[in-house]
Design a protein around this ligand. Structure first.
Ligand code: NDP
Length: 318
């Protein structure tokens, strides 16, 4: 039998980390011990704290999720912070993993780091083929460097450091702060507040026309665990719903309104930026390697997320 694995999940207190925790907490995996850490356990942009964390837990495997993450408007105003913080975090985690003999690291890229001007659908071979959208270039270049680092660690030292590329994630434990959230949690928070104030109008920023692939965090968690256990290639793999399941922001807003039972009017504030019109990604590689995977239908995932938000409002990240 293979030696016991110790899996350290950085960013373990966040949206994706908590979804993985919920999954493995309900699973029998006698060969694996899972440790979930957040920024209170160690500031991973500090090399000393990163080394102390690894000395304490002695991981054999790492799922590296920790990152400075934010929505369109937060990115646009903080590109330098996103670039520097994420470069430091990623370099510290990968170098400490290498020095302490970690067997495998699965890091996290994102479909929003792909080239702005490109052909669709985007696939794994296109990560570096042109500049990213200017709105989030700091975050994007820091993420792209993970893939470069993985290839360099493999070439020079034979390390199995790989990465996954999720599309937009949403679900329980998301960041619902109106300043820094992504679109779905932002809309959920906004509508909840509007309904509490008895408002009859739900304003969505932008035209509502941009298209996005959204993955439910609980589906992504199952895919992360599959990658950790079964995907042994340094090349990234896109973890996304199918191309046919791309939805418009207005469709997402309508689903959220439906989940809340909102009877009022949806309004689009077209003076606000839309960001990239679309960034359709192909999940053909995933479908080939994991053909039996089923995704939760979008309306059901939205309903579960809204329900979670209402039940956990007091403790949610607001
Ligand atoms: P969250 O914002 O929910 O969580 C971020 C996590 O990173 C938290 O656990 C946070 O810790 C931790 N963290 C942030 N800064 C530091 C730091 N300096 N030191 C240590 N830990 C830190 O993010 P998500 O779960 O949404 O994202 C997880 C990964 O998925 C990220 O790498 C992100 O780039 C990627 N991704 C996310 C997408 C999305 O739509 N959300 C889409 C595609 C990729 P704490 O909370 O304790 O402060």
């Amino acid at each position: 039998m293979e030696n016991k694995r110790v899996v350290l999940v950085t960013g373990g207190t966040g949206l994706v980390g908590q979804a993985i925790k919920d999954l493995v907490d309900n699973e029998q995996s006698p060969n694996e011990t899972w440790i979930f850490v957040g920024s209170k356990d160690a500031n991973l942009s500090d090399i000393g704290q990163t080394e102390t964390l690894f000395e304490k837990h002695k991981p054999t495997h790492v799922i590296h999720l920790a990152a400075m993450v934010g929505g369109l408007f937060h990115n646009m105003s903080h590109n330098l912070d996103f670039l520097r913080t994420n470069m430091h975090i990623n370099d510290n985690v990968l170098e400490t993993s290498f020095k302490t003999g970690v067997v495998k690291v699965v890091s996290c890229l994102s479909t929003c780091i792909f080239p702005d001007k490109t052909t669709y659908p985007i696939d794994e071979s296109m990560v570096h083929l042109g500049p990213p959208h200017p709105s989030n270039f700091g975050y994007s270049y820091a993420k792209r460097l993970i893939d470069i680092s993985n290839k360099a660690y493999f070439q020079q030292h034979g390390c199995m450091f790989t990465s996954v590329v999720p599309c937009n994630v949403f679900g329980p434990y998301d960041n619902f702060n109106l300043e820094s959230s992504h679109v779905i949690p932002g809309l959920i928070r906004k509508l909840h507040r509007a309904m509490e104030c008895g408002e009859n109008q739900f304003t969505v920023l932008g035209s509502g026309k941009p298209l996005r692939q959204f993955i439910y965090s609980r589906d992504l968690a199952r895919l992360f665990v599959w990658v950790l256990r079964h995907y042994d290639d340094v090349e990234p793999i896109i973890l996304s719903v199918d191309e046919k399941d791309e939805v418009s922001i207005s469709n997402a807003a309508e689903q959220i309104a439906g989940a809340f039972g909102f009877q009022g009017q949806l309004v689009y504030d077209t003076t606000m930026a839309d960001g990239q019109f679309k960034k359709t990604a192909s999940n053909a590689k995933l479908r080939k390697l994991n053909p039996n995977f089923t995704f939760t239908p979008f309306p059901q995932a939205i309903k579960e997320t809204v329900q979670w938000f209402k039940e956990n409002y007091q403790n949610a990240r607001l």
